[in-house]
Structures are given as structure tokens and as C-alpha cells.
Design a protein around this ligand. Structure first.
Ligand code: NDP
Length: 253
């Protein structure tokens, strides 16, 4: 029960990577606030797992984030562990990109991390222990064809955690990011379904296409990202700060 008594918050904690991390933190004893826009889904999940607490919160909406996190902290204490995971992945080739679509991606993927971290840090005293982790992507480290907005947003997340780690270096809070390759979650299922429709191929073939850059030719499982997140939350990782950790099977494309 390494995290017993700690309050953790996971944005996008009702599905995929966020849900897996939230469950693991709850199993390690933390009281975990899981957030998202779909409150019904969060409530159903929380009803079946001890120490998960649902909270409706839109990460792109300043008032929703500030009020939501302040309310959660009133109920369960300062946010010692914050996993900024909520994100959307919708590609568009650059010449078809619109400012509205670009802004929608930035609002959720980049503004969302900024707002979440700022509100979570406001609940902590200067000497309080903390772990702030953002879920970036392999697209935070290199260009992803046909997804300029997503790529730029995920690069931005890395800039933010690096700046924050410098600003607070030597303090008890660390700031890091995880950069997964393709993970088998609802985002990837939607992505594979789109490719299958567009190219007239079976969905299994589209999934294999997504896995081709991973040198093991597999889609990652959420547990692989969760393992890294739990390590970053551990005492063993107290000196790891401002890092972007790639979990991508040596992905090359
Ligand atoms: P999911 O689609 O399962 O998760 C995305 C989550 O984000 C959902 O729970 C969704 O909840 C939440 N979300 C989206 N928009 C908002 C918003 N405006 N406000 C609050 N919550 C929001 O996919 P993944 O688990 O795969 O994705 C999680 C993160 O991992 C994302 O940041 C993604 O970019 C990143 N990632 C994923 C990879 C993959 O291959 N799967 C690879 C690399 C990075 P709700 O709909 O209830 O709002």
C-alpha cells in the first residue's frame, strides 16, 4: 500500500490508459479521483472499484478544471499524484487542417495539461510531496504524418514538463512525461476502424498496420504504460525529473 492516504487525480480516468493507471493507484492504496466528460461512465466504473471517485470535468474548460480540482481536494486532500492523461487524437493532413480543429486539439491536449497541473499544484503546500505526470506520446518526440496538430500538442506537453521541472528543481514535486507508441485502447480502435473503412481492408489488418513501427510488431498493452507511471510515482524515482520516457518498442515510424 505504497500510496495509502494519498490523493491521486487521473484525467480521462474512465477509459484506456487513464483507467488502468487509476486502478493501479487505487490498488496501491491511493484515493483516486477519476475525471472525464462522461459522468455516467465514471460512476459505473467507480461503483465497481474501491477508492475510485468520479468527477465530471472538461480539461479544456478553465472553470471546470479549477472548480473540479478544488472540490476534489476539499473532499480528499491535496492532489499528491496528478496524471494528466486526457487527450484526443484526430489526425488531419496539414493542407486540410483548419484553425478550429487545430485549436480543439490544443485545447484538450495542451491547455488541458496546463490547467490540470496548475490547479493540482495549487492544492499542494511548498513542502508537500508530489508527482505530476503527463501522458504525451511518441508523437511528442517525433513527427507523426497526417497529425500535425496532435504532434505539436504532444511536443508542447514535453516543453511544459521540462520548464516546470526546472522551475521547481530540488523541490519535493517531480514532473515527467510518458511517451507511448500505439496502445490497444479505444483511441486506437477508432483509428483502426477509420483506416479499415478508408482503405477497404479488414480491421485486423489496420491494427497490424498501426503496430508495424513497433519492432515487436505489437500494439502495447495499457499495463506497460501503467508500470512506468507507478515507477515514476515511487520513491525510487525521486531523482527522475523533467524526463520524457519512451514506451514504444523502439518505434521507428
Ligand atoms: P481513450 O480515448 O480511451 O482516452 C481518452 C480519455 O480522455 C477519455 O477517458 C476521455 O474521457 C478523456 N477526454 C477527452 N477529451 C476530454 C476533455 N475535453 N475533458 C476531459 N476528458 C477528456 O484513449 P487512450 O487511453 O489511448 O488515451 C489516453 C492518453 O494517451 C491521451 O492523451 C492519448 O493522446 C495518449 N496516447 C495514447 C496512445 C494510444 O495509442 N492509445 C499513444 C500515445 C499517447 P471522456 O470522453 O469521458 O471525456
Amino acid at each position: 500500500m505504497e500510496h495509502a492516504g494519498r490523493h491521486a487525480l487521473v484525467t480521462g480516468g474512465g477509459t484506456g490508459i487513464g483507467l488502468d493507471i487509476a486502478r493501479a493507484l487505487a490498488a496501491a492504496g491511493a484515493e483516486v479521483t477519476i475525471t472525464g466528460r462522461n459522468l455516467d461512465r465514471l460512476q459505473t466504473i467507480a461503483a465497481g472499484t474501491p477508492r475510485l471517485h468520479p468527477l465530471a470535468m472538461d480539461v479544456g474548460d478553465e472553470v471546470s478544471v479549477r472548480d473540479g480540482i478544488a472540490h476534489a481536494a476539499t473532499l480528499r486532500g491535496p492532489i499528491a499524484i496528478c496524471i494528466a492523461n486526457a487527450g484526443i487524437a484526430e489526425g488531419a493532413s496539414f493542407h486540410r487542417e483548419t484553425l478550429d480543429h487545430w485549436r480543439a486539439i490544443m485545447t484538450t491536449n495542451l491547455d488541458g495539461v496546463f490547467l490540470t497541473f496548475q490547479a493540482a499544484l495549487a492544492t499542494l503546500g511548498r513542502e508537500d510531496w508530489g508527482r505530476m505526470i503527463a501522458i504525451s506520446s511518441i508523437a511528442g518526440l517525433r513527427g507523426l504524418k497526417g497529425a500535425s496538430a496532435y504532434t505539436a500538442s504532444k511536443h508542447g506537453v514535453l516543453g511544459l514538463i521540462r520548464a516546470l521541472s526546472e522551475e521547481r528543481m530540488g523541490g519535493p514535486v517531480t514532473f515527467n512525461a510518458l511517451c507511448p507508441g500505439y496502445v490497444d485502447t479505444p483511441i486506437v480502435s477508432r483509428n483502426a476502424a477509420e483506416i479499415a473503412t478508408r482503405q477497404g481492408i479488414p480491421e485486423a489488418e489496420a491494427r497490424a498496420h498501426l503496430a508495424r513501427g513497433n519492432r515487436h510488431k505489437i500494439l502495447l498493452q495499457t499495463e506497460e504504460v501503467t508500470g512506468a507511471a507507478l515507477w515514476l510515482c515511487s520513491e525510487a524515482a525521486r531523482s527522475v525529473n523533467g524526463q520524457a520516457i519512451q514506451i514504444a518498442g523502439g518505434q521507428v515510424t
